[in-house]
Design a protein around this ligand. Sequence first.
Ligand SMILES: [Zn+2]
Length: 448
Amino acid sequence: MIRNTATPPIPTTLVLWVTVFAAPLSLAQETGSRKLHVDSQRLQGTLERLSEFGRNPEGGVTRIGFSEADLAARGYIGGLMKEAGLEVRVDPAGNMFGLRAGSERLPKLLFGSHIDSVLHGGNFDGDVGSMGAIEVIRALNDARVKTRHPLEVVIWTNEEGNHFGLGTLGSGVAAGLLGPEILDRKDEQGLTIADWLRRYGQDPSRLTDARIPRGALAGFLELHIEQGPSLDEAKVPIGIVQGIVGLKRWQCVTTGSANHAGTTPMNRRKDALVAASKDVLAVRDVVRGEAGRQVGTVGYVRAEPGAINVIPGRAEFPVELRDLDAATIDRMWARIQERFKRTDEEEGAETRCRELEDVDPARTDPAIQAAIREAAKSLDLATLDLPSGAVQDAQLLARIAPMGMIFIPSRDGISHSPKEFSSWHDIGNGAEVLYRTVLLLDDRLNRE
Ligand SMILES: [Zn+2]
């Protein structure tokens, strides 16, 4: 766990000085008080209303991307955006945007999240950042704040990817990583992504129009639940995301020799499952072998022929490694391969792995991190710097714009479950930090 120890303790008088005199007066008035500008109760009301779309018996939601429940919820969101005076548009990938004009000709400051869920999901993943973004706009309206940058709220399409097995779909198209090749993918009912986009009122042949050119955005901000236990355990209300971890995945096959379980002496066996089992432990040992937040997983082992009376001759298993630092992943993999080789020699087996996936880590922008830190400090809220172990839309956005993420605690670290929970108090604080971060960035970015 990385505590927020980067900055030495600053005397309160100095903090006051910095807040009052270093910032323009209007902004100091805006951010220098612990009073919330966002209306936590109003935010709670919209989150509770949103939770009715796709509600499941367990009290969470099943509102997967490209479903009737998702479509109905988007109708509700569009209405909220219009009510807040936003100019609403939907791009050909189904991403919903609500624009609030700025006073200068500057690139847009974009913030938002997603409202689709996993099967049997909860009420906070994505929803907090989506409704929090709309609440920020309502609060700015209430306070009659005019910003220099145009502000835009976004609801990304199909972040979870339960439908079509394709996550971060909307943000992936926006970032230029997905294109027309995805349109013919079929779901369980034989409907394609193109069919669903048409249902969402879009023209799939214009899909690439949803791309956002590099430089078109001043930045992207996302408020999100942590989906892990760090903030809850440390009792810290705000997480400053250092970046979204990268991952690499391999598929490994261990070959031994299948033989009679009764007649083959123990010293003459080439048991592929025994070798693979040692490999599973090797992955865990190497990943645990150095300090840090890196994680490594073997999700399953499939042994063949898979009979009670036959020594397994073949075992297949995947390896997944994740960390914020790509070099750490490579270093761990090199060590794991050494251990696999040793096991092969000990067990008379042969293990070969091929790479399946390589996703780069996405670092958050230092200036946005600093603004989040300052916004939290102006509210007397403690912060913790931490990586996001989960995939996020912001990861894709990092390719085209400076990006930052604000985390709030998830009770017991539970997510993707109806048991997912964040307190209304923490949600209100998170939305207020978003509000203040937006204003700090609006003031600072694109100054001559
Ligand atoms: Zn999410």
